[in-house]
Design a protein around this ligand. Structure first.
Ligand SMILES: [Cu+2]
Length: 316
């Protein structure tokens, strides 16, 4: 007889209502934060990362997106749910008048602060990782961004030219290839003889401004071999769009033999890193506008002296 308890049937339904969205968010978060990053949707548009730094930055990016999405879905759910469930059902109805709800007000004040603190802490952690440099990197590359090409200086590690500097330089018509070894710490020291450029490789997850007179640098550890695109990220002048380069990550033995092969051509070998590259004195090479050509020639003439003294210093 009176054993039927209406409360019992209602409570689980209420709980179910709460549990279903939470389970949905948990599944969403887990599926998105899983280690599989082969799908561009899971990477939220980021490329596949090929350095340890890039992996950290990708995790931060994914975590931030998941947190933002979960917050967004909960907020949208509350807005739409409140509008639907608490809608006025008849013209005479006056809803319950609630002036304030202290727990909820405390919650929506404290929770965003906690979120900002968590975002900040993770950002600082990843930034510190991205900017850390070992005192003795396995490979140092002196990168020169000049109007409008890149020059890459490296030190020969084996053979008769051991210790000498070798470099590759683009011409504005063909783009240079930077070769570096995998699973080694590679330090990029960034130099510019003219204007601000920005050295970046999307697959490494890193880029940095190349500022005249500043000794900017960063270090990466490539985690897999392959060929990747690199570019200048700073609008630096007329032929900015030509400031492309390739990065080829190879095994250590391939890297050593690559440098030895490069060093066989005396045109690639110098005592010191070349600041400005083979084309530093004629970056107007491909200019078509005669006035621009002349303006460039004038400004370059004054820079040549500074460039020579930089090279003499031999300690970029
Ligand atoms: Cu540039």
């Amino acid at each position: 007889m009176g054993l039927k308890h209406p409360e019992r049937t209602r409570v689980p339904r209420r709980r179910l209502r709460r549990v279903i969205p939470l389970a949905g968010f948990a599944v969403l978060a887990l599926s998105l934060s899983g280690c599989a990053t082969n799908n561009q949707w899971e990477r939220f548009g980021m490329p596949v990362m090929r350095t340890t730094t890039g992996e950290q930055i990708l995790s931060l990016w994914q975590g931030a997106w998941i947190a933002a999405l979960v917050t967004g879905v909960v907020t949208w759910g509350l807005i739409l749910g409140a509008a639907f469930w608490f809608r006025r059902r008849s013209d005479d109805e006056v809803p319950v008048q609630t002036r304030y709800n202290l727990p909820i007000e405390i919650f929506y004040t404290i929770f965003p602060i906690i979120m900002v603190v968590v975002f900040f802490a993770h950002t600082v952690r990843v930034q510190n990782f991205a900017l850390q440099e070992s005192a003795h990197p396995d490979v140092t590359v002196n990168v020169v961004g000049q109007k409008w090409e890149w020059t890459f200086n490296q030190t020969v590690v084996n053979g008769p030219k051991k210790g000498k500097n070798v470099f590759v330089s683009g011409t504005g018509e063909d783009i240079p290839t930077l070769v570096i070894p995998e699973h080694k710490t590679v330090l990029f020291k960034l130099h510019s003889p003219d204007v601000i450029h920005d050295f970046g490789v999307p697959a490494f997850g890193m880029r940095m401004d190349v500022v005249p007179g500043e000794n900017n640098s960063f270090q990466v550890t490539p985690i897999s071999t392959g060929t990747f695109d690199g570019k200048c990220y700073e609008l630096c002048g007329t032929y900015h769009s030509r400031m492309l380069f390739n990065v080829k990550v190879v095994t250590w033995s391939d890297y050593v033999s690559y440098l030895a092969t490069l060093a066989k051509d005396p045109a690639n070998v110098t005592d010191c890193p070349v600041l400005g590259g083979a084309y530093a004195n004629q970056p107007y090479l491909n200019a078509t506008d005669p006035e621009e050509k002349k303006a460039d020639a004038d400004s370059e003439a004054s820079k040549t002296d500074a460039h020579s003294s930089e090279v003499e210093r031999c300690n970029p």
